[in-house]
Design a protein around this ligand. Structure first.
Ligand code: C2E
Ligand code: CA
Ligand code: CA
Ligand code: CA
Length: 271
């Protein structure tokens, strides 16, 4: 009603409508994408900083849409979360990753991202238990990565679910640590098995003493709490040298390996 009074508002509303229509269209496509086999899993290697040994692989979801092409998870995960399609998609990712990892010739960990929506709307401990039984993957080989926001919305429920998952022998990493909602309080309220230091901290670490001080402080925090720290987004050998010097445990990033299908990587490893 108000919108019809001025051209400006009218234009704005049309744009909003368009954005909403786009999201609705994408939401519909997301619901159909599993059956259409449009999802694929990429894996990005995680390595020990001191030895260079592979410790695990993070699973990163890829959506190949026939018309849109490759859609970034940054663009479709929020839509999938909003419309609920993240529940079947997230379940598919978990099952597929565990199934694949159970067949690897090596016993590296597989790290799967969990959406806050999954924690809020699914009985995750039951699902994880069922998938482990189904696939035969050893619980100690599964790691779930959660961001702080998943704990934030319904803290009691989330902590309860995380404890039940940990009791299965599965480990839990706090993702994107140091950004957004992440607080020291959360770190204290749950015994995480790993801290994933957000990529943003590494961007300036080579040039800025302040950035280095931040990295050093988070590593000291991990040390004090006896939680190993993995640095995300390592792109240069200089960054890796700094991390080694500062006592960081694990690293992940383009320098160590791009996300890619697993077959290629396991073959390279075997060679
Ligand atoms: P994330 O969990 O923080 O994943 C790390 C992201 O950083 C990945 O982006 C990865 O490709 C990228 N990355 C890795 N190394 C480097 C580097 O050295 N430099 C730079 N610039 N980037 C690097 P990707 O694959 O686009 O995924 C983006 C986000 O989408 C993920 O962030 C995660 O939050 C979400 N996501 C991906 N797969 C899933 C999934 O299966 N389930 C859920 N719920 N979320 C997912
Ligand atoms: Ca992650
Ligand atoms: Ca991350
Ligand atoms: Ca992220």
């Amino acid at each position: 009603a108000k919108a019809s009074l001025t051209g400006e508002f009218c234009f704005y509303d049309v744009e909003m409508d368009e954005a909403a229509r786009d999201r609705t269209k994408m939401a519909k496509e997301l619901w159909a994408a599993i059956d259409a086999k449009q999802f694929h899993l990429n894996y990005q290697v995680q390595k020990s900083v001191s030895t260079g040994d592979i410790t695990g692989y993070e699973v990163l979801l890829r959506w190949y849409h026939p018309e849109r092409g490759l859609v970034s998870p940054v663009d479709f995960i929020p839509v999938a979360e909003e419309c609920g399609a993240i529940l079947p998609i997230g379940e598919w990712v978990l099952r597929e990753a565990c199934r694949e990892a159970a067949g690897w010739p090596v016993d590296h960990k597989v790290a799967v991202n969990l959406s806050p929506v999954q924690i809020a709307h699914t009985d995750m401990p039951a699902l994880v238990h069922q998938v482990l039984l189904e696939t035969g993957l050893k619980p100690s080989r599964l790691e779930l990565e959660i961001t702080e926001s998943s704990i934030f919305s319904d803290k009691q429920r989330a902590l309860h679910a995380l404890r039940a998952i940990k009791a299965l022998g599965v480990s839990i990493a706090i993702d994107d640590f140091g950004t957004g909602y992440s607080s020291l309080e959360t770190l204290q309220s749950f015994p995480f098995d790993k801290i994933k230091l957000d990529r943003s901290f590494l961007i300036d670490v080579e040039r800025s003493e302040e950035a280095k001080a931040m990295v050093r402080a988070i590593l000291a925090l991990g040390q004090g709490l006896r939680i190993p720290v993995l640095a995300e987004g390592v792109e240069t050998s200089h960054q890796l040298d700094i991390l080694r010097h500062e006592g960081c445990h694990e690293a992940q990033g383009y320098l160590l390996g791009r996300p890619m299908p697993i077959d290629k990587q396991l073959l390279t490893e075997a060679a």
